[in-house]
Ligand binder design. Structure first.
Ligand SMILES: [Zn+2]
Length: 66
């Protein structure tokens, strides 16, 4: 099976849904990484408190890389 970039599975970290990228209608950029959301509400929740949703490990990795 060949990987299709457009249909790569991504996780909406707010609601926990895993869907093909093409079905994620909203995105948000945080610390240089793109996060995908299936609903506007999920994106709003994420944008309000990105630090709450992104695992600490993920944030520290970014800081070390600077
Ligand atoms: Zn969602």
């Amino acid at each position: 099976m060949k990987g299709n970039i457009a249909d790569e599975m991504v996780k909406d970290i707010v609601c926990g849904m895993v869907k093909p990228k093409s079905q994620m209608r909203f995105t948000s950029d945080f610390l240089g990484k793109i996060y995908y959301f299936d609903t506007e509400k999920d994106k709003e929740l994420f944008d309000a408190h990105p630090d709450y949703w992104v695992p600490k490990k993920e944030r520290e990795k970014f800081r070390k890389g600077r």
